[in-house]
Design a protein around this ligand. Structure first.
Ligand code: SAM
Ligand code: SF4
Length: 329
């Protein structure tokens, strides 16, 4: 469907849990967040009902996220059920990779089409410093398994943070040298703990990569469902991507809404505008009413974020106070 700004909304990010097996400093407090109770989290049946109600509105692409999506029990079942829904064409996942390798065969069989693996460093000490946990070996092994698999696409999401990985970024880009994957650099957003760290502008990263690996060529094709722009570096099999939400606002092309694990339909990453779907689902809303409620909410999606402090004119949107682990990225 089109929203009031004529943006086509066809993509839903579903956070299936806000629990996580890492504690990344930019995302979660050291001792985690208070767990939602079992009753507060949408069941798979409730999630599927919301997705079914969105299909008539034109939603056809789903991203599973978290917290860490793979810590939710039986996630493969959800993928399988989503895959069977007529109208759903693409089911992808964003994961920290720790549990990916062991689940990969079942996920592929269930219909998962692509994964994004979050990885900010190749150094075990720094991995521990950033994530406050162990596990780099597992992530790298999962990356190899995923890139050898039948997945349509494997992407690395690397958050570029001055305090952590500035001098390591060329080495991370190298992951795309001999693999047909995309390494994407993501600008840190001033949300939650992200406000306490220093982003590195993507233009600066591209300049550094070109100094090390030679002049890049912009890639004109489309890769995936999001706002990344891609470049080809000489001699690289894979591509390098940039998601520059802060330095280059791409809200006019935004195609997505988000569903949190507690059932809040979130209309923009930066604001807490949206609707609580859980009470509606549990109070017996009809399928038709649910679709119409979603249609009205999505139509009124905020015009743009205000990371630069400039709010859309005439709007009184409340800024988001949740951590990224509760939003899903
Ligand atoms: N646990 C999964 C993972 O790490 O991929 C999925 C959830 S995580 C919240 C999704 C993405 O959000 C990760 O790639 C993470 O790097 C990114 N992220 C977390 N905090 C961020 C921030 N302040 N700005 C930009 N991206 C952020
Ligand atoms: Fe967990 Fe992902 Fe947040 Fe790291 S970024 S704490 S892996 S949810």
């Amino acid at each position: 469907m089109l929203d009031r700004q004529n943006r086509t909304i066809d993509y839903l990010r579903i956070s299936v849990t806000d629990k996580c097996n890492l504690r990344c400093t930019y995302c979660m407090p050291a001792d985690g967040v208070e767990d939602l109770t079992h009753e507060e989290v949408l069941s798979f049946e409730e999630i599927l009902r919301v997705v079914k109600a969105m299909v008539p509105l034109g939603v056809k692409k789903i991203k599973l996220t978290g917290g860490e999506p793979l810590v939710r029990k039986n996630l493969v079942y959800l993928v399988e059920q989503l895959h069977q829904l007529p109208g759903i064409e693409d089911i992808t996942m964003t994961t920290n990779g720790l549990l990916l390798e062991e689940n990969l065969p079942a996920l592929l069989k269930a219909g998962l089409t692509a994964v994004n693996i979050s990885l900010d460093t190749l150094d075990p000490d720094r991995f521990r410093q950033i994530t406050r946990r162990e596990g780099l070996d597992k992530v790298l092994s999962a990356l190899d398994a995923a890139s050898r698999s039948s997945l349509r696409s494997v992407k690395i999401n690397c958050l570029a943070v001055k305090e952590f990985n500035e001098e390591e970024l060329p080495r991370l880009a190298l992951l795309a040298k001999d693999r047909e994957i995309e390494v994407r650099f993501i600008e840190l957003m001033p949300i939650g703990f992200g406000k306490t760290l220093t982003p590195i502008p993507n233009t600066q990263i591209l300049e550094t990569l070109e100094q090390v690996y030679g002049k890049s060529v912009p890639y004109e094709g489309r890769l995936g469902n999001g706002p990344a722009v891609y470049y080809q570096l000489p001699g690289f099999q894979g591509k390098i991507g940039f998601i520059s939400a802060v330095s280059h606002r791409f809200c006019s092309q935004c195609n997505r809404v988000r569903l949190t694990s507690s059932g809040f339909l979130k209309l923009c990453l930066h604001y807490n505008n949206g609707i609580e779907l859980r009470p509606l689902l549990r109070d017996g809303i009809s399928d038709h009413q649910l679709t119409e409620t979603l249609r009205e909410a999505i139509y009124n999606k905020p015009l743009h974020h205000s990371f630069d402090g400039v709010k859309p004119e005439g709007e009184d949107d409340q800024l988001e106070l949740k951590n990224m682990s509760q939003i899903g990225g």
